[in-house]
Design a protein around this ligand. Structure first.
Ligand code: SIN
Length: 488
């Protein structure tokens, strides 16, 4: 049975782009592949620069009226989009698992997570408050207002094909911006279904646009057009730097959620069972392909043996397979190049003193797709690739450390600064480590950090700006100061 006929509502299966309220095809199309079996799923419109310019123009025209729509009306439309997303959760998750590979239950969880940003932003539309400011000269008044920045180009990744779209688009729309979204080439089907639902929600034509195609074709249009005010991007630091460089020519606002190299710290007073459960969740969510997942598991040496003795069987119990199969916790990685990259990381870790305690091999031959064994490595040196780069695969790499100072120095020894995790029951350590870690987010005794209400983002080379909460909506606004002179 093909993917379209597996959906309760086959009209959610879209393969054209959505510009100014119309579905628009292209002369050429590109294939979307299921990484669990390498079978083609669909052929999607390959929009070129000309189509991207049309989408920007539509968004720019629509902005002139959308920015004036009452926030209460914007709330209604955004909330309608939210409700439709939840009504179609199973279909969205079916598309998501098919093109990205994450297990179906986890895919449904992502739809809930993503919908959470939509309803939060819908509410927040009404709360973009300004302030009145006492000014120096008698008879004058000052106040601030928040206004939408304009057209936002949203470039989104494949690891969260739904939630990274909603986390950018919903707050941008709530702030009064219009949007042109370019979803990842690997996972456009979930994205296009979200566009279909936005169409049904009734956004005026041009407010919500989605174009599929190659980054090298669409990216420069978004960063180069004078009609685009801001770029919102989630993806690698390498691509983020390139976009920032391109956007700098027009002094465009950027919000960048980039790569991470998260330390997952286990102090000697931690509850080891909770720490093991935390590692399993953080490390293997989305098959280890998240920017915030445990990348360097740093354990205080006094408990390292006991911790590894608990972690090894827990990793060996994780089931790998097609995301639609029962009990599967890890699906395939996104494609075969990613699989080869992970094999190389494991080899390199061994060349740099690491010992593979579990797994370590590709399952491509046995399972047919881009599968890798859940893997546990211990003791690779800080010169290894696995220490220095985002693993983006189901490989847990453990390191021993002496004391708090040693741990902090190791954890901060990276150009990245997105998320960090600490397991401890000592309140002094909670303060010292959460304040000493050079990261945008620190989770203590918890394995995940993102939520619709809280700020998500990094420092150093992990990005600029915050998504989520009131900060995520403010990001899409300009703060304007108004001074009123003597009116007597
Ligand atoms: C990401 O990995 O890019 C996002 C993860 C999250 O929102 O938790």
């Amino acid at each position: 049975m093909d993917l379209k006929s597996r959906l309760n509502d086959p009209t959610l299966f879209k393969t054209d782009s959505y510009i100014k309220g119309e579905w628009v095809g292209a002369q050429t199309r590109f294939q979307v592949i299921n990484p669990a079996n390498m079978a083609p799923l669909a052929e999607v419109a390959d929009i070129e620069a000309e189509g991207a310019h049309k989408a920007v123009k539509a968004a720019h025209q629509a902005f002139q009226s959308w920015k004036k729509v009452s926030p209460f009306e914007r709330e209604v439309l955004i909330q309608r989009w939210h409700d439709l997303i939840l009504e179609n959760k199973d279909d969205l998750a079916t598309l998501l698992t098919s093109e990205m590979g994450k297990p179906f239950e986890e895919a449904k969880g992502e739809i809930d997570y993503g919908a959470g940003f939509v309803t939060w932003s819908a509410q927040e539309a009404k709360r973009l408050y300004g302030e009145t400011i006492p000014v120096q000269r008698a008879g004058t008044r000052g106040w601030t207002i928040r206004q939408p920045v304009g057209v936002v180009g949203c470039i989104t990744p494949w690891n969260f094909p739904a939630a990274m779209i909603t986390r950018k688009c919903a707050p941008a729309l709530a702030a009064g911006c219009t949007i042109v979204i370019k979803p990842a080439e690997d996972t456009p089907l979930t994205a296009l279904a979200l566009a279909e639902l936005a169409d049904r929600a009734g956004f005026p034509p041009g407010v919500f646009n989605m174009i599929t195609g190659e980054a090298k074709e669409i990216g420069p249009v978004l960063t180069g057009s004078d009609d685009v005010a801001m770029i919102g991007f989630t993806g690698s630091t390498e691509v983020g730097k390139l976009l920032m460089e391109q956007a700098a020519k027009g002094v465009k606002r950027v919000a960048l959620e980039l790569g991470g190299n998260a330390p997952f710290i286990i102090m000697d007073d931690a509850d080891l069972d909770k720490a093991v459960a935390g590692v399993i969740h953080s490390k293997f969510r989305a098959g280890g392909q998240t920017c915030v997942c445990a990348n360097r598991i740093i354990v205080q040496e006094g408990v390292a043996d006991a911790f590894l003795a608990k972690l090894k069987p827990a990793i060996e119990a994780v089931k790998v397979g097609d995301g639609f199969d029962r009990d599967v916790k890890i699906g395939p990685v996104i494609h075969l190049e990613a699989l080869e990259r992970i094999e190389d990381l494991v080899r390199d870790a061994q060349d740099h003193g690491g010992t593979v305690l579990s797994g370590g091999h590709s399952l491509r031959a046995r399972l047919g797709g881009a599968f890798f064994e859940p893997t546990l490595i211990e003791g690779a040196s800080s010169a290894s690739k696995i220490w220095n780069s985002e693993i983006f695969g189901p490989v847990a790499s453990v390191y021993r450390a002496k004391d708090e100072a040693d741990i902090l120095a190791m954890a901060n020894n990276t150009p990245y600064g997105l998320a960090a995790y600490v397991y401890t029951r000592d309140i002094g350590r909670v303060y010292r480590l959460s304040e000493g870690l050079d990261y945008g987010m620190v989770a203590v005794n918890a394995p995940s950090v993102g939520s619709p209400a809280t700020p998500f983002g990094g420092v150093k080379q992990s990005g600029i700006g915050r998504e989520g909460g009131k900060w995520g909506v403010e990001e899409f606004t300009n703060l304007k100061f108004v001074l009123l002179g003597d009116v007597e």
